[in-house]
Write a protein that binds this ligand. Structure first.
Ligand code: BDP
Length: 717
């Protein structure tokens, strides 16, 4: 087992369980087109029945010819309209949303998997198989509709084959500035995506390159689209705003310049020749050094509308404009120039100015994928322009797939958050579904950093986040524990000990990581001045221009983001929410330091002081991380050896690294405020044998900067 099939392994059921299912006689696919998702679904069900039930079942196409032998059953797969055209009664099927499906088993155990469209049929087939793989019977009269039409992933793959924030080997899409010849992994990826209802992908990094539009790459993008289309996955690209200048040698990339308009028109036309069903363009502009419309004195809307007009001519593609635009440079004299304010400041007045095929993609929090952030207030400011939320399956600030961190509990803090827009119930998932403001196109995107490694993400356990992301984009009110249980049964085994262990470790993993990496809303206290975003480095937060500030000094900590005395960020929320965050007393503890600057001795609602909470949380988090490896070790023999060892190695590493986190962060803050730990732990490590205290031959003791990176501030080299 090397992880390549993810949760789609179709491991055989025990013969006792398998005998409870009928012998299937045939699979009837209501499409003969081999590239259609319906045909794909039939082949997938054939494969699944073979693996799970050890049945060999033939695929046919003719619904009329099936003569029902008594002890066998048939599985029909197609669209509702094809079923009805074949003369079948569909009056009992309730109306479905785009991509929705109907899954039904009749009295003779015949199964109907019918989609609102071809993709829907494929999603229904996967649901049928994933139930079967868990030994669960096909339901009768079951309908399932996605919560939102847009359920995409964003790759951050570079043309040279590297992946921005990739931790699992080189790109499966690109190599040496062109699209790879062999796209086998790309279709395997599309299969995983389709199995959880994901229907679109932006194939390259938001920090894009003009070479994407070379002739060779246009042809290559066509091949990627062909590889993914049978799985109902449509592709789009992220573009570099200055491509007219750098690729075509134009003097400007001004979005209102006629030559620039003609250039993008031509590129869009050429791209559609290779990818006729392009989902559109993703744009990162005027962000982190990227050029954009503001570079040319134009508005963000003028920039987006340029591409919107080009796309309109050739298909139904949309422009997805990222709200990650900021130029808020902080220093001590202007610390109120808060980067968290940027998205609302840039976008709030643009709402009515974007063309109707422009959407705005918003990171879940106002800064950048931190371990805890409040919901981005921009979700409350767009009424006409539809929004997409941006999650990050790539655990950039969350242990980079070397620490286990199951993300749905974090996502739920955002999706379930009620913004109380205009004083009315406005949970984020109802904004994203389009329900709150009557949008037709809106939904979900997540940065995913799959690479060439057979594990896809470098860690078997990290794959639960990719699986869960699809499940949440489809059904955002899902229960995080149900989702991880299903994933575990499919990925490893239904053995209850395994399911309980993986479930409990996963459910504890995000709070554990938060405890030792940065709590009370202070953000992930990792290295941010360099680009690694990994490992503890609390001193790197403050004082750098693009910093994610904590404003920690000898007396207090936390960023005052109130309207009264701070950066004003709290005021970007609708009235009721703004009022809650404006006051220390009504701000939940977990976000206290995000919104307020308080003395270390400030009492929390729990009764503890802020500094004692820091100390305790870091000890609790690291202590819990120590339990993961032994709990996993108890599964030896219950799952295959290869994956058992792979996971164990990482959990042991995490146990060690969590101690480094604990001591670095605690030592740093104790040094800053001089307040001792009530339990006498911080700064005293009686059981530790320091390398520098040993008799050394061939090594020298050196002081370490920052001191808190090593116990006693010393290392040997
Ligand atoms: C940050 C990443 C950076 C991305 C940027 C983005 O560190 O690599 O380019 O986000 O989202 O989190 O554009």
């Amino acid at each position: 087992e090397n992880g390549i099939d993810g949760w789609l392994r179709y491991a055989s059921l025990s013969s006792k369980l398998a005998s409870q299912f009928k012998q299937y006689r045939s699979i009837i696919a209501l499409s003969k087109d081999e590239s259609s998702p319906v045909f794909t679904a039939a082949k997938e069900v054939q494969k699944g029945l073979n693996g799970i039930l050890k049945q060999e079942v033939k695929i046919g196409h003719d619904l009329a010819s099936k003569s029902q032998a008594e002890d066998t059953a048939t599985i029909v797969i197609g669209t509702i309209s094809a079923f009805s055209q074949a003369g079948k009664d569909v009056s009992n099927i309730p109306p479905l949303k785009e991509d929705g499906f109907w899954l039904n088993k009749d009295g003779n155990e015949n199964v109907q998997i019918l989609g609102q469209n071809e993709r829907g049929a494929l999603y229904g087939a996967f649901e049928f198989l994933m139930l079967l793989a868990q030994g669960k019977p096909c339901p009768s009269g079951h309908i399932s509709n996605p919560s939102a039409p847009i359920r995409w992933v964003n790759q951050w793959d570079n043309l040279d084959g590297s992946i921005e924030r990739g931790y699992a080997g080189p790109s499966i899409f690109f190599k040496d500035m062109v699209v790879r010849e062999d796209l086998t992994r790309v279709s395997q990826y599309a299969r995983l995506m389709a199995s959880v209802g994901l229907n679109g992908i932006i194939v390259n990094n938001v920090n894009s390159h003009h070479e994407l539009f070379s002739l060779k790459n246009l042809e290559g993008l066509g091949r990627i689209a062909n590889a993914m289309r049978p799985w109902g996955v449509r592709i789009g690209v992220a573009l570099f705003f200055d491509t007219p200048k750098t690729l075509a040698g134009l003097p400007t990339s001004d979005p209102l310049d006629p030559d620039v308009i003609a250039f993008w028109d031509r590129i869009t036309a050429e791209l559609h020749q290779h990818v006729p069903d392009l989902i559109g363009y993703l744009i990162k502009a005027n962000s982190e050094g990227q050029p954009g419309p503001l570079t040319y004195g134009r508005t963000l809307a003028e920039g987006a509308n340029l591409f919107a007009a080009a796309l309109k001519r050739y298909g139904d593609g949309v422009v997805v404009y990222r709200a990650f635009v900021y130029n808020h440079h902080l220093d001590e004299s202007n610390w109120k120039n808060d980067r968290a304010n940027a998205a609302v400041e840039f976008f709030k007045d643009m709402d009515t100015l974007f063309a109707d095929n422009v959407l705005v993609q918003i990171k879940y929090g106002p800064i950048d994928f931190q371990v805890r952030e409040p919901t981005s207030p921009l979700f409350a400011h767009l009424r006409k322009t539809p929004a997409i939320i941006e999650f990050q399956v790539a655990q950039e600030y969350l242990g980079q797939q070397s620490h286990v961190c199951y993300l749905p509990p974090l996502w739920k803090t955002i999706l379930d958050f009620d913004l109380r827009i205009d004083g009315e119930s406005s949970p984020v998932h109802k904004i994203l579904s389009g329900e709150r403001f009557g949008w037709k196109q809106s939904g979900y995107a997540s940065v995913v950093n799959v690479g060439s490694d057979s594990t896809w993400l470098g860690s078997h356990l990290a794959m639960s986040n990719l699986y869960a992301y699809g499940r949440y984009a489809w059904a955002p009110t899902s229960d995080a524990e149900d989702v991880i249980r299903d994933w575990t049964r499919l990925t490893f085994t239904s053995n209850p000990t395994v399911v309980d262990t993986v479930t409990s470790i996963s459910m504890e993993s995000w709070p554990t990581y938060e405890n030792y990496s940065g709590n009370l809303g202070i953000q992930t206290l990792c290295e941010i001045t360099k680009t690694c975003h990994y490992g503890p480095r609390p001193d790197s937060m403050d004082g750098n221009g693009w910093g994610q500030w904590t404003r920690a000094d000898a007396h207090g900590i936390g960023m005052d983001r109130t309207v009264a005395t701070g950066t004003g960020y709290a005021g970007q929320y609708p009235t009721e929410v703004a009022k809650m965050y404006e006051k220390i007393e009504t701000t939940p503890d977990e976000l206290l330091l995000w919104f307020h600057h308080v003395p270390y001795t400030q009492r929390l609602k729990s009764g503890k002081t802020v500094i004692q909470h820091f100390y305790d949380a870091h000890y609790e988090g690291a202590a819990n991380a120590q339990t993961f490896a032994p709990r996993w070790e108890a599964l030896r023999g219950l799952i295959d050896d290869a994956r058992f060892k792979h996971v164990l190695f990482r959990l042991k590493y995490q146990a060690g690294h969590s101690l480094v986190w604990r001591d670095s962060v605690n030592n740093f803050y104790m040094d800053k405020c001089g307040i001792a730990d009530e339990h006498g732990r911080v700064g005293h490590y009686p059981y530790r044998i320091e390398a520098e205290s040993m008799d050394l031959t061939g090594y020298n003791v050196v002081p370490i900067t920052p001191f808190e990176a090593a116990s006693g501030g010393k290392a040997i080299i």
